[in-house]
Write a protein that binds this ligand. Structure first.
Ligand code: PRT
Ligand code: MG
Length: 221
């Protein structure tokens, strides 16, 4: 049995068509479903539904053979014991620095300055500001980062942005892009060695589906 770990929401929704192209059919799962293990049309493949940030953990320990995780999550969790052979090009977004409208960011990041930054992405943020030579006090949050500058918890946030409407709704502006992000198919290294006959064809089919989609959209997948 092959187990694939997915998170509910955008990753689940955007992975299903790629699995279908690989011959693995999945019935739509109601968003309020409590089911954590989902059978697929292939009796040898099942899905498990976990938190987005827990996907690499299930794959690292081999509780899942495969998973789909954002580049942001992989950078924060580390990739020991994990291969990431395919960029699926889904759940695209960018990791950004954002500040309240009217905040003088250029002044705040002049060399030697000090700034308070709230984020879930502490490692990525630390590295980004270290390269710029800016001292930051990082404040770890687990969600709703947009609130932090509005109530004086931080000067700036580092968060993922896709449409930008959440920032706009909270009168924040994006001042710097740190990374472009998309979701990767990840594989437990030991699983690939012990079950190459089952996992190899899945990787080839999903890779083929990603390439075909890119070709259809004129290479700008
Ligand atoms: O939501 P939960 O706390 O359960 O976990 P999660 O936020 O880690 O999971 P999920 O499913 O929301 O995100 C899974 C992956 O999707 C992330 O790891 C990213 O790689 C990717 N992704 C793509 C995004 C977004 N787009 C995105 N917009 N993840 C989060 N967001 C947030 C954003 O921070 C903002 O708060 O969605 C909100 C709306 O974004 P805007 O810019 O469209 O307004
Ligand atoms: Mg979320």
């Amino acid at each position: 049995m092959i187990t694939l770990a997915l998170s509910k929401g955008r990753i689940f929704d955007e992975t299903l068509p790629l699995l279908a192209a690989a011959g693995i059919s999945v019935e739509a799962v109601q968003s309020d479903s409590r089911k954590l293990i989902v059978q697929t049309g292939d009796p040898e493949v099942r899905l498990i539904i976990v938190r987005a940030s827990d996907v690499p953990t299930y794959v690292r320990y081999g509780a899942a053979d495969l998973g789909v995780a954002g580049r942001d999550v992989l950078l924060e969790s580390g990739v020991e014991g994990i291969y990431q052979p395919i960029d699926l090009g889904i759940a695209r977004c960018r990791l950004c620095v954002a500040v309240p409208q009217g905040f003088d960011y250029a002044q705040a990041v002049r060399r030697g300055a000090r700034m308070r930054v709230a984020t879930k992405y502490v490692d990525c943020a630390r590295q980004h500001f270290a390269l710029k030579g800016v001292h930051v006090d990082l404040i770890k949050l687990y969600g709703s980062m947009e609130l932090a500058p509005l109530v004086g918890l931080a000067d700036a946030i580092v968060d993922v942005v896709s449409s930008g409407s959440t920032l706009r709704a909270n009168r924040l502006v994006e001042v710097e892009e740190i990374l472009a992000i998309s979701a990767r198919l990840i594989v437990n290294q030991a699983s690939l060695k012990t079950q190459p006959r089952k996992i190899g064809p899945i990787l080839r089919a999903v890779g083929g589906a990603v390439a075909a989609r890119a070709a259809r959209s004129g290479g700008s997948s």
